[in-house]
Design a protein around this ligand. Structure first.
Ligand code: HEC
Length: 167
């Protein structure tokens, strides 16, 4: 239950939010300096972890892959309020979105298991499957996501923003 399958119970509620949201801000990007998307920080960490995995694969450091894979499989999630905004925007496509996240989850679990066995070929196959899950979701949703919510502020920017508002 560590990935976006926890989105499911929120789906009905999200429907109501869709209607409210579209009435409040017709087509306007809803991300502002006051409401950074936590999804961006989740994605940045996924990006870093996948890069670390390629490094570990290059040096055949299966132990390191076995440590990194669960970080990818059980990545953090945005808070419920943000999930609801994303689900509301996704509407009928929510299942597809969750499906891609599920592909990443399952492939990363398989990668971890292969790494524990020291099975390099299987690690690489599962890595490819994981990366294809990332790509599939980005190809399907990223453009529309950026159009609706605005672009992610870029590596590190969101974390800095969060720290600034705290201090
Ligand atoms: C279920 C859909 C989905 C999956 C699966 C997914 N992403 Fe993303 N990703 C997004 C969305 C939506 C964005 C935000 C669009 C944007 O602003 O670039 C994003 C953005 C990113 C960014 C840019 C973040 C930034 O701050 O600029 C990176 C890096 C990233 N994803 C890496 C990954 C990696 C690596 C994986 C696989 C391990 C992955 N993503 C899987 C949906 C997904």
């Amino acid at each position: 239950m560590n990935h976006l399958s926890t989105f499911r119970p929120l789906a009905t509620l999200a429907l109501c939010v869709t209607m409210a949201a579209s009435a409040a801000e017709p087509g306007a990007p809803s991300v502002t300096a006051e409401s950074p998307m936590i999804l961006c920080t989740v994605m940045e960490k996924l990006g870093r972890d996948m890069q670390s995995v390629t490094g570990a694969i290059s040096s055949e450091d299966w132990e390191r892959v076995a440590t990194l894979a669960p970080e990818i499989a059980a990545h953090a999630e945005p808070p419920a309020s943000e999930k609801m905004r994303i689900l509301a925007w996704l509407g009928a496509d929510a299942g597809k979105f969750r499906g891609f996240d599920g592909q990443v989850h399952d492939a990363a679990v398989a990668m971890g298991a292969a790494a524990k066995r020291g099975d390099g070929k299987a690690v690489i196959a599962a890595f490819s499957e994981t990366q294809q899950g990332c790509l599939a979701c980005h190809e399907r949703f990223r453009h529309a996501f950026v159009k609706h919510f605005g672009r992610c502020p870029g590596p590190g920017a969101l974390q800095r923003q969060i720290e600034e508002t705290r201090s």
